[in-house]
Ligand binder design. Structure first.
Ligand SMILES: C[S@@+](CC[C@H](N)C(=O)[O-])C[C@H]1O[C@@H](n2cnc3c(N)ncnc32)[C@H](O)[C@@H]1O
Length: 241
């Protein structure tokens, strides 16, 4: 899978590409991350990429021209989508990340300042995407979140075949708690069941804890989660506790 990231600050991505799971996926040849400096497509002696907003007001707006020329420079491969990162976009969720991971190429546009000229959104973007209901100073962190979240779903990127299937949100629930050595840490013991070697008891404990966490922390998720008859019985029990 290929990510083409349009940004005014390509250097911000260096440690991200080097140190992370997407970085390792790049080394394995499973993911390709390309950085395009929007300033390279600016014109004039000052290579201006932003300007004052029509209608007045604070801040600067990224000009459409350099972004569109940068987009035109990107060769398209297979199933691709151009994504404008904006706090006003569709919220990134795990199901949407799965959808995006089926594409061959995502072209991500990182805004700065007050954002980008609206004509980039209306004329060039297939999807407006937000990583959450808060405002970042720039789209670069959002792009890293998208690349990280989506690329770990690309087959072969994570070591174990199942290692992302039990993650939080995969079946609509929060994941159960994890423990590793030592067995006792600051007087707190690992739950006995996890040491039992009894796979069925461990499965049931994990499912119960997953449901408990979701009920306590994100009850809204239960409305859409894929629940089995056993899950419903466990939930009924938990609600009585
Ligand atoms: C300071 S923000 C602009 C916010 C804009 N004035 C607004 O109110 O919608 C600058 C850039 O950061 C990025 N950004 C900020 N918050 C984001 C979020 N939650 N998700 C995705 N991108 C975000 C976008 O690329 C945006 O163009």
């Amino acid at each position: 899978m290929r990510f083409d990231i349009l940004t005014l600050f390509p250097d911000l991505f260096a440690p991200f590409v080097k140190e992370t799971i997407p970085g390792r996926a790049v080394a394995k040849g499973l993911v390709d991350i390309r950085l395009i400096n929007i300033r390279d497509f600016a014109r004039g002696t000052h290579l201006v990429t932003d300007d004052r907003p029509y209608g007045g007001g604070d801040g600067m707006v990224m000009k459409a021209g350099p972004i569109c020329r940068a987009l035109e420079s990107v060769d398209r491969i297979g199933e691709h989508a151009t994504v404008l990162l904006t706090p006003q976009g569709r919220l990134l969720t795990q199901p949407l990340a799965w959808e995006l991971s089926k594409r061959d190429q995502l072209i991500l546009i990182c805004g700065r300042y007050e954002g980008v000229d609206e004509r980039v959104r209306t004329g060039c973007a297939d999807l407006d995407l937000s990583i959450g209901d808060y405002v970042l100073s720039g789209g670069e962190l959002a792009a890293m979140v998208v690349v990280d979240t989506v690329s770990r779903l690309v087959p072969g990127v994570l070591g174990g075949e199942r290692s992302n299937l039990e993650d939080s949100f995969e079946d609509g629930l929060l994941e159960y708690p994890h423990y590793t050595r030592p067995r006792v840490f600051k007087d707190r013991e690992v739950p006995e069941v996890l040491l039992s070697g009894d796979h069925e008891r461990i499965r049931l404990w994990r499912r119960t804890e997953s449901l408990r966490r979701t009920l306590e922390r994100r009850p809204d998720l239960l409305e859409k989660a894929r629940l089995t008859e056993e899950d419903r019985e466990i939930l009924a029990q938990l609600r009585k506790e």
